[in-house]
Design a protein. Structure first.
Length: 103
């Protein structure tokens, strides 16, 4: 199931939109806002799937997103790929935590 309301939960929803469409060193400040965001993956997937050319999305600049798209040209759904990677990470994390708790 695709979450279409992720934007309502983004940390950037209360930020000035102009702060997310910056250049140069200001991009690092904008990217920092994404660091603790709970919908960072959905945001990045949206930008990649829709080939959004400007702004900070999911903690990546337009240059970083273009480079990622060039490195992975066969990806047809970033939403599906990133959701799968997150699920695998959570399974690994849960298994590790369980094994440490059993020690």
């Amino acid at each position: 199931m695709v979450d279409t309301n992720w934007g309502e939960r983004g940390l950037c929803r209360t930020a000035d939109p102009d702060d997310l469409f910056v250049e140069g060193s200001a991009q690092n400040r904008a990217k920092a806002l994404c660091g603790g965001c709970g919908v960072r993956t959905e945001c990045l997937a949206y930008a990649l799937d829709h080939r959004i050319e400007y702004g900070i999305w999911g903690g990546m600049t337009e240059r970083e997103r273009r480079a990622l798209l060039r490195r992975r040209p066969t990806v047809t759904s970033w939403q599906r790929l990133l959701a799968s990677a997150r699920a695998e990470h959570e399974r690994t994390y849960d298994a590790t935590a369980a094994s440490l708790g059993a020690s």
